[in-house]
Design a protein around this ligand. Structure first.
Ligand code: ATP
Length: 438
């Protein structure tokens, strides 16, 4: 018999069907047993009249909740049943995998254990429909990203994650033994995205793993995360990159709202708002002034904004423009890497931006410096030696167009979209300084 999904049961009234799923609840009464069976599409009530089959009744009585079962039974239309007004009259049952009891925790309990404990048993935690929906949405998010990009002539690339030189700061680098020498795990595909511009690809994207040896314990950092990166050629400034990113995000949100808007409202309590175009833009100098006038105190003089500042500027943008997104532009050179292009009209600033969404940084982007002499000068100023990055500097020696791009953290976008407060709940498996298992 072919498996029926629980969502399709109503079309099978009075027929015998086969269901596969997890035993969420067992109510063993004197004459009758009720089993709530759950599959990824819903839950159904299965009833077994004990006198019909005493041996089967005994087998059912021993089942642990969360066992994986295949059952067959007849679908009865019964308005009295709370679950969809349907009941399955049990005919036979196969225990595919019995669940031991007690469970490490009951994923359907009113109060759940701490995030850290749930991480140990992440597969149990993921059984909750809200988490299943999370990854259905994430799947669509990635699909929509690729749809937008392929419709707009972007090429997808896959760059190496084993690298010989850091592309960002040396401080957050994981190193490993590589035969007779050291190798590193890529902190971003930055250098290779730019190589694609020197390769004449014009527009590229990559969705892939990024590694950061960041020892911090925050609700938004991981040591391994999925980076969503794009790079485009023949731009005039970082403005072209921002315009491209906002249209792309608008497309992604539109696709998600169409397909999952109702489910997201029901499961996450979030009424998804498609961000309108254009997103507000605020130069950093102005942002710092706005924040100071609201009582924010900068942590240092470098011109950066800390997470509290990010939240506060988002609150300001919400009040003033009723928008959840804001591009902070024109960052000072001190807090930007050597490859960000400087503003010709003010050499202390870069043609760069961060995108803040609902108070969380989700993207950094910029126009890149493609003039090799200028790039070398900026590298020297940052104290970098040419030798390890010579292969990178060479990209700009034989005809490389002006270009720019951005990097976005997939898990951070998902946090923002679905209103999830902690990145540990926004990823299949979390990796942090003290978390390598499971
Ligand atoms: P932050 O200031 O939050 O540490 P960053 O400035 O180091 O981030 P970038 O190097 O600009 O981040 O990386 C681009 C994007 O990648 C960020 O905007 C963010 O969405 C994501 N990202 C960066 N670091 C992490 C991390 N440790 N865990 C998860 N996502 C990250």
């Amino acid at each position: 018999m072919e498996r029926t999904l629980i969502k399709d049961l109503r079309s099978k009234i009075d027929q015998t069907v086969e269901l596969k799923g997890w035993l969420q609840v067992l109510r063993d009464q004197k004459k009758i047993q009720f089993l709530i069976l759950r599959d990824p599409t819903g839950a159904a009530q299965v009833a077994h009249w004990k006198p019909n089959n005493e041996a089967l009744a005994e087998e059912i009585a021993k089942l642990g909740t969360e066992s994986a079962l295949t059952i067959t039974g007849k679908v009865i239309d019964n308005p009295v049943v709370k679950l969809n007004g349907l009941e399955i009259q049990l005919e036979s049952l196969i225990v595919d995998n019995n669940a031991e009891s007690p469970l490490p925790f009951d994923p359907f309990a009113e109060t759940l254990p701490t995030i850290d404990y749930r991480q140990d048993w992440r597969y149990m935690d993921l059984r909750r429909p809200v988490n299943n929906l999370f990854f259905q949405v994430e799947t669509l998010v990635e699909l929509a990203m690729r749809e937008y990009w392929t419709k707009n002539n972007f090429i997808e690339i896959h760059t190496p994650k084993l690298v010989g030189a850091p592309s960002e700061s040396g401080a957050e680098l994981f190193s490993l033994d590589y035969f007779e020498r050291k190798a590193y795990l890529a902190q971003s595909p930055q250098f290779y995205k730019q190589m694609a511009m020197a390769s004449g690809f014009e527009r590229i994207f990559e969705i892939g793993p990024v590694f950061r040896a960041d020892p911090s314990f925050t609700s938004r950092h991981m040591t391994e995360f999925t980076g969503v990166d794009m790079e485009m050629s023949w731009i005039d400034s970082h403005e072209d990159v921002m315009a491209s990113e906002e249209q792309w995000l608008n497309y992604v949100y539109t696709r998600v709202k169409e397909q999952f808007g109702d489910a997201i409202k029901e499961q996450f309590g979030v009424d998804l708002v498609i961000p309108t175009l254009p997103f507000p833009r605020i130069p950093m100098k102005e942002a710092v002034e706005i924040l100071k006038s609201r009582g924010w105190v900068p942590a240092d003089k470098k011109g950066d904004i800390d997470p509290a500042g990010e939240r506060d500027i988002a609150a300001y943008v919400k009040e003033k423009y009723n928008h959840d997104f804001v591009f902070l532009t024109d960052w000072p050179i001190g807090v930007r890497p050597f490859y960000h292009m400087r503003k010709p009209e003010d050499e202390t600033l870069t043609r760069s931006f961060d995108l803040i969404a609902c108070g969380l940084e989700i993207t950094t982007g910029a126009q890149r410096e493609h003039r090799v002499e200028v790039l070398q000068k900026q590298a020297t100023e940052k104290g970098l030696h040419f030798e390890p990055i010579q292969f990178y500097l060479d990209f700009f020696r034989y005809g490389c167009p002006p270009h720019g791009g951005f990097g976005l953290g997939l898990a951070r976008l998902m946090m923002v979209m679905l209103g999830v407060g902690n990145i540990r709940e926004s990823v299949f498996l979390f990796r942090g300084p003290t978390r390598l298992i499971p």
